[in-house]
Design a protein. Sequence first.
Length: 498
Amino acid sequence: MKQSSFLKINPADSVIVCLRPFKKGESIVVDGQTIAIQQDTPAGHKVLIKDAPMGTDIIKYGYPIGHTTQDMTPGQWINENNLKTNLSGSLTYEYSPVNEKLSTENENLTFKGYQRKNGEVGIRNEIWVVPTVGCVNGIAEKLVELLKAETQCEGIDAIHAWHHNYGCSQLSGDHENTRKVLRDIVLHPNAGAVLILSLGCENNQPDQFMELLGDYDQERIKVLITQKVEGDELEEGMKILRNLYAIAKQDKREDVPISHLRVGLKCGGSDGFSGITANPLVGEFSDWLVAQGGTSILTEVPEMFGAETILMNRCENVQLFEQTVEMINDFKEYFLSHGEPVGENPSPGNKAGGISTLEDKALGCTQKCGRAPVSGVLKYGDRLQVNGLNLLSAPGNDLVAATALASAGCQIVLFTTGRGTPFGTFVPTMKISTNSNLYHNKPNWIDFNAGELLEGVDMKDVLRKFIKLIVKVASGELVRNEVNGYREISIFKNGVTL
């Protein structure tokens, strides 16, 4: 990206993005026109370059991001105080397929992963304790503590309990969401062995849950029903875990094709640079991975609103288009059923970073999935069925969405951020900063700096460095959330708690 003080992203845009702070009275030249800056404007924010009477659509990325709420002239700072979303309720869509052919060549790269019995590949070899209900969280944590003390994790990558608050007192959709996500965790290839820990009287009954697993590896997945243990459940749990540990520690990494890699695409704490640096970088990587035969998944459905037609028209066929329409409209109806406006987004941090409306956010957010055709559409809790770019139904909340991506089968989540965040889900959660200040200020959070793209470094060079890092992580190098021990899950809840 060529160094400059501002960026006009698309020739049709009516705003430029400030790459540094501008002072009132400064002059810039855009398309041969000299424009005087009318207010002090922070970096990452937008300045108007065309007259915009009240009600005029503001164009960014080549698409409307909302309309002006007052008469505005070139040089004015466009922000949430003078720009309003165009979004409303459910819409009717028409399929106009636009499938771009990707020119990326197959490079036949490999990474060192763990081959599982069912053909899937893990990038970690960990032992997990998965409670079927929140009532046994404490026992799960204690078992993990005891096993760590006894083994020092020698020969495996980590030992962890995935505690949560659910598994009982839930109805219909919420109950199934919990069961599916817990099933997905148990079956995830990053686990070399799993102990399912049950109380015994919960709604998520252990025998029914085990049936939900299907044809699972019975040598590496065991269940303990604590109410049925006569005596010390910790002692009984440790007997099982010792056996699982002995099996898992024998696993070794081996070279596997990069086509086995499945990555989740996520952003959080976005700023005005997200759609310029980190998200396009991840989009380039997604296209590269799909061209290698691998898989990427985009979620955060509410943050597709305003850019959804771009995704719909990239669907490979009418059936996928219709599934995408259903996914979008179902989420809009979810908002409306709770009496909430569809466009109630972005967050205060997003606005401070230069994002003014949901369309503004969505058009930057969706760049994480590049230009590849959409090959699959997943409901919440579904596991991957096809390679290529997939769309997944889940909310934008960082913890819920990242958990959903991992549950679908992603071995790693690529997480772009302009504000910074330390969290991680139950798979490695790699943080990519949109700007260099964040990268340098929070080295304990951030794994990769896409801010170099604002400093004259070419996208191709940054992409090659990014690919190398992801291959290293897939082969065992830890990301910051793993080093820090910041790992958790969060399950989507919508309905009644009994």
